[in-house]
Design a protein. Sequence first.
Lengths: 184, 735
Amino acid sequence: MSNISYPKEDIRDLIDGKLPWGRLKYIMSHPKDDDRFDKYIEILQERVPWSERILLPLGEHLYVVQKGQERVVKCDCGHEYGDYRQNWKLGALIYARDDSDKLEEIYPGLHCPDPNLCEVREYYCPGCGSLLKVESVPVGYPVIFDFLPDLDAFYRDWLGRPLPDEKEHKDLTYEVTKKWGQET
Amino acid sequence: MESKGIGEGGKTLKQMNEESERLLQETGCYAGITKPYLLRDDPVKSELFHSRIMALLISGRETTKMISGSPFVREVAELCLGLYTAEGDNVAQSTGIQIHIRLMGDHIKWMIDKNYEEDVGIEDGDLFITNDPAISNMHPTDVYDVMPIFWEGELVGWVCTVIMEMDIGAVSPSCMPSANVERATDGLRFSCEKIGSKDRLRRDFEYRIENNLDFPDMFLLDRRGAIAANIRVREEIKKLIGEFGLDYYKKATRELIEEERRNQIARIRQRMVPGRYRDVAPLEFYMADKPVSWLAANRDTLRLIPIQMDILPSGKVVLDFEGTGEWGWHSFNVPPRAVWGALSVCLVQTLSYDGRGNLGSVLPFQIKSPPGSLLNPPEPRLLAFSNSWASVLDTFGAWTGMLGTAFYLRGFREETFNYRSGAGWQFYGLDQFGRKRAMIVGGTGAMGPGATGVCDGVDAGGWLATPEVDTGNEEVWELFAPLLNLSRRFDLYAVGYGRFRSGLTLSRMDIIHGTQQLFATGAIGCGTSGIIPNMGMFGGYPGGRQITMLVRYNDLRGLLDRREPLLHEIGNPAEFKSRVPGVVTRFTHMPPPIEAHEGDMFITAAPGTGGLGDPIERDPGLVKSDLDNGLATEEMAKNIYCVAATFDGKSKAWKIDYAATANLRQAKRKERLARGRPMRQWWGKARERLMEKNFDGKLVEMYQNSMKMSQPFTREFREFWDLPEEFSFSEGGKA
């Protein structure tokens, strides 16, 4: 769509939030660069201490990686969360701010939500203790599966380089909760 | 004998519209343009053509601002102009509240469908007015002025201007009343009425306005401003046709739409990742304390709006609101077409921001709003819609975050952000000149948007409803209400923490002065209160609860006489009440109408949207910068960001102890690992509570309602919690 391309150093600084404002503004004001994703993945891959190929980042620390014939969610610390089609949160540690004391640590006094109605869930990586996601929902609401990527369509149809071992684009989360229920 | 139509080649507008829609269905391309060529063949000419259209729309908007007397128009520019094809399809829009791209076109299509061409008549110089949400609108206070454009006897297009009115003749406070639950209390509704001809307003229309509004001059001046803008655009378009030729004009305007449709799909494929994105917007409607005419409306209800966005391999996008709760007798229902308005205004701030946003921007999208739900109520003709924005703001605010997620994952972190709603006050009664009328406090748009993926959110940087936020001059707002503005300050505690934090919002304090009788009530954006919207991204926290308060000083006169300072900021929200020498009334939800007195201080503090990333990974340099600028406290630095900082009195700046900071951060990780529970353990406990229905009764009713509305929602809810088939919430819960 465009012939624009930026040096890898710019993309690195952009990721780190260190790109000078003038340059950032320039990038924001121009058509987007088609090769961004490849440079982005290259930089992210250089930074992780493991060798599995990153297929897609899922946030600040999580990635979908190719592990043999499987695609799993992995933290940059090395902790693995299982198949990318299961909500990775089921493999995290959770700290639910579900009473006033816990909520007021973040939201003091007038800004505190109603603990009878609202629960603020924090998901930590069991490997490194990073805070991966904060979820504010009504009490009792199912854990949100923020994003289930259609990886095969992405690589095949959008990037033009299909991935090996195509997987069905399907939410597998309920298989986990069903198993938990049977074991309860 | 069959009469000759006013459209192209003697066709009726209805014939033209049906043909255009058929071609879109058959080819997937707007107006069946499978091979656009005109704009591509001579790009210089096409650029000249498009920029001329943009310039005349924007100059039309400026014309309105010169004529109107309303601070909504003059100060915060709550208006926008659009150019449409003969069929009512948007070609281009001015800057401003770009919500109405498709919505104004819906009214043109409604007129076409109702055969206005024969039954009402559409002639050069005709003036139409419309605001009916049952046809299409965000809320009735947005009024559209519509004018046809003719060229040598043929209708070749339309120009429309939207203006938000301060007074629409509704029940008090008349702009966006919260206590209205029926159509009649929503104020004047115009369903594509012809109100003038030969470019002149009919005098009987003016009489109607003069006799039916508290503030008719403002309304009529807005009409004159809008009509002047429309005339200006119409005449400039005629010049354009004269220069470029009619054939080029008609083809090029249609190609602009088709090219934008194609570009939108290309942008989606370039900047996003296909797949399924999910979020939820829980909304709270507190009506038990509102004086209502329809007694059944006197109840508090919570409603879910689950949001699913499927980005398909084709690049098309489906927005599915399956599981959304039922409509109700309140003014927070959303007119069925309004979701397209919300989509439009989000798109011009996220994907279609190059000035070419038009109908083509939304054509790749499909919206599924369940019939009978809050987002698609039955018989909209019967309902009040004055506060539909409150429902839409946090829903589509969350959707901007879903788009932001897609941008971030694809590497375009600079485009990531999100929005949330805020609170405000409306007043009614006697102004400082003794006239009865509606008043609203401006400036609520100065919100703190979410963090981006590369820097903090912009302080007072904007909100979803308009890409061109301007709080206006306080001195002007003070002319329109018996208020003295005390302060507009950043509320530090309303931030959404994160590696990058949200922007901060301007809280405001106003004192009532110079009125004999005044009442106050909550304003737009009060759709959430007890449940904070889910706006944190990738480890960032959402901003906290919004604040609306009334302060009555014990001895205001004494304080003023002694020249002692009044409060100008909220400060630590845990200590606010103890700092006030008076009575503080804090409203836990959208305030009901209350009587205001001389010296009462009204406060709003809307929270920042959400942070991005783990707060303990925030660059200590950014924490220092916030401390130095008074935008964070030492307590926040230590407890949230885990940054050890001390104030150096000599240099009058904060110093960071990097070694101590590293220790604090390491300790925080250990603390998290110690207190975090494995999900399976937590899930089991949460499931037990669910089975016992050990919840607030409002939540029980909310879940019950979404289950009643949707089998897929019910199935997934049961599957996630592994609940038995027979499980339901129907037996009620703990009140």
